[in-house]
Design a protein around this ligand. Structure first.
Ligand SMILES: Nc1ncnc2c1ncn2[C@@H]1O[C@H](COP(=O)(O)OP(=O)(O)OP(=O)(O)O)[C@@H](O)[C@H]1O
Ligand SMILES: [Mg+2]
Length: 267
């Protein structure tokens, strides 16, 4: 399906966004004329070589960074208004859990801050931990969880305030292939149940194909979008499906697009 920027079912519209970082040694152009459109309820992915500006773009969309040029709108409002309305759930590249608080208390914290009583916050936090497959680990401190479990706590926490946009910056980086596939299936389920629009950053081609309705391939020097791929596979997608012809065809196409974005020094 194609959309025009600003169409009524658009969730995220990024128009001609540029991002320059200034330092003593001069100005670095991290993003140049980035435009993209994600429809309500879609799962979109940004993929590209290290340093092409994926995290920067995600931060601009989430209003954590002000772009140097261009505009972002979320459900027809500015990114700032969307953030204030608590539309965003963000899972950062490195999961940041408070080490002295249990898994339950880490997830309950944003709910407490938003004004829920302890009982209400903990009940919802328990339900979310259950949703990400962590029932029974509520009282564990982050230091006693595996990397994959800590990332699931971060995902549960990002879902606390019913965000309409879920942003995930390499949530499963550094995990082994099997655990990652497991978590991809869980993330797909959680996303389908939540009805949220999702934007994922990943370096993993199979993960991008497995999860996405739409993949934006980014290149660097400066960071920009070089290709867009629509993944038209039925849902829920399964591990078995990921071994079949159409899936593998998408993997091949995306790999070919991506290979062209790497500079010689990256290889
Ligand atoms: N606050 C900042 N100040 C200066 N330069 C920055 C800043 N944030 C990012 N950059 C630069 O912008 C470029 C894009 O960074 P970004 O973190 O968005 O890349 P990325 O695509 O997420 O990379 P990775 O895949 O390694 O996470 C990099 O060259 C980085 O050094
Ligand atoms: Mg990054």
């Amino acid at each position: 399906m194609t959309t025009t920027p600003g169409a009524p079912d658009s969730c995220i519209v990024v128009k001609d966004v540029g991002m320059d970082f200034s330092s003593k040694s001069g100005t670095f152009q991290a993003l140049s004329e980035v435009s993209l459109n994600v429809e309500r309820g879609q799962f979109a992915t940004l993929i590209g070589p290290s340093g092409c500006g994926k995290s920067t773009l995600l931060r601009v969309i989430a209003d954590l960074l002000q772009p140097s040029s261009g505009s972002v709108s979320v459900f027809g409002e500015s990114a700032g208004q969307a953030r204030k309305a608590r539309n965003f759930g963000f899972v950062f590249q490195d999961p940041v859990l408070l080490p002295w608080r249990s898994a339950l208390s880490n997830v309950a914290l944003p709910l407490r801050v938003s004004g829920l009583t302890k009982g209400e916050a903990e009940a919802r936090a328990r339900a979310l931990l259950d949703l990400v497959g962590l029932a029974g680990f509520e009282q564990n401190l982050p230091s006693t969880l595996s990397g994959g479990m800590a990332r699931r706590v971060a995902i549960a926490r990002a879902l606390t305030l019913h965000p309409s946009v879920l942003m995930l910056d390499e949530p499963f980086n550094g995990l082994d292939e099997i655990r990652r596939q497991n978590l991809n299936e869980e993330l797909q389920r959680v996303w389908m149940e939540s009805g949220a629009t999702a934007i994922l950053v990943t370096h993993n081609v199979s993960e991008a194909v497995f999860l996405s309705d739409r993949v934006f391939v980014m290149g660097k020097g400066p960071g920009r979008i070089v290709a867009e791929l629509v993944i038209d596979l039925p849902r829920p997608r399964t591990t078995v499906m990921a071994l079949e012809g159409r899936f593998l065809e998408y993997v091949r196409t995306l790999t070919a697009e991506l290979t062209g974005t790497y500079a010689v020094e990256d290889l």
